[in-house]
Design a protein around this ligand. Structure first.
Ligand code: SAM
Length: 214
């Protein structure tokens, strides 16, 4: 059987690549086993679904590169009872990975068509702990704040204060920020004393567009 028609083979191939690139959290690797990536891309791209590449999902957007999804998920250090806010639903793949680890994932997509496709896909796949919204994620989701973890999957010019304000005490936010071509991952940890930020390696994301974005 061709590899792309056999998701189990594809998943194991991808997991091997993720291990080689430094992912060590077995829970994260196992989540990639439970979320078949080919279900989140167009049928014409099934053959590439288990390569470590970003792929087009329409509307000028991409499903993120698996190593970036794995790295950001690992950095979040998720716990089962947590409430997560994700900005940039896209295909819903990262959302489904997050949903393996948490009580509830609130996810916002600004492009209606993408957001509605992802909502339908996640519902059909049985993700009852995901709540989708179409809107400007740079404003966060005040109604359900504070969040234990926040992940932004589009690149911001500056880190929106609105999102920092919606982070719970003890919470963590990961957000790429920089210029349009290249960003750095910013990791915010909130304690009772305030927020500490550290910056890690270079990444490239599509722009975060909105009131507090580009
Ligand atoms: N994590 C997604 C996945 O696994 O398919 C990929 C996300 S894609 C790299 C970034 C997404 O952020 C795009 O779908 C884009 O439309 C969305 N986006 C950009 N600005 C946004 C905003 N202000 N609010 C919500 N979504 C936004």
């Amino acid at each position: 059987m061709a590899e792309y028609l056999n998701p189990t083979v594809g998943c194991e191939k991808l997991i091997k690549i993720l291990r080689e690139k430094g992912i060590t959290d077995e829970r994260v690797l196992d989540a990639f086993r439970k979320v078949p990536r080919h279900l989140f891309v167009d049928g014409a791209m099934y053959a590439q679904a288990y390569d470590d590449n970003a792929l087009p999902i329409g509307n000028g957007q991409t499903i993120s590169q698996p190593i970036v999804v794995a790295m950001m998920t690992e950095m979040l250090e998720l716990k089962k009872d947590e409430k997560i806010l994700e900005i940039g639903t896209g295909s819903g793949f990262q959302t489904a990975i997050l949903a393996q680890f948490s009580r509830r994932v609130y996810t916002i997509e600004r492009q209606r068509e993408l957001g509605e496709n992802a909502r339908k896909r996640l519902r059909e796949l049985g993700y009852i702990n995901v709540v989708c919204k179409i809107g400007d994620g740079t404003c966060g989701w005040q109604q359900f704040a504070p969040f234990d973890k926040i992940i932004v999957t589009a690149g911001a010019p500056v880190v929106p204060k609105t999102l920092i304000d919606q982070l719970a005490i003890g919470g963590r936010m990961i957000i790429p920020a920089g210029d349009r071509e290249k960003q750095e991952l910013h990791i915010y940890d909130r304690s009772e004393l305030g927020c500490k930020c550290r910056v890690t390696g270079d990444v490239t994301f599509v722009p975060l567009i909105g009131e507090h974005g580009w």
